[in-house]
Design a protein around this ligand. Sequence first.
Ligand code: SF4
Length: 59
Amino acid sequence: MARRSTDLPWWRKLTEAVRRIFAVQSKRYLCDSCKYDYPSACSRPERPNALRCPDYKHK
Ligand code: SF4
C-alpha cells in the first residue's frame, strides 16, 4: 500500500515541496524552441515565456 503524504515526517514534506518548486522553475519555455519566436512573427503577450501555446511550431 502506498504511503500517504500526510504520513511523511515534516522534513520529507519540505524536501518534496522544494523539489516541486525547482521542477517548475527549470521548465523550459515553449518559445525557446518555437519557429515564431521573434516580434514580427508572434505578437502573443506570453512570448517569450509561454508554457502552453496553440500556435507553437517547432523550429
Ligand atoms: S507562437 Fe507561442 S510558443 Fe511560439 S513564440 Fe509565440 S507565444 Fe511563443
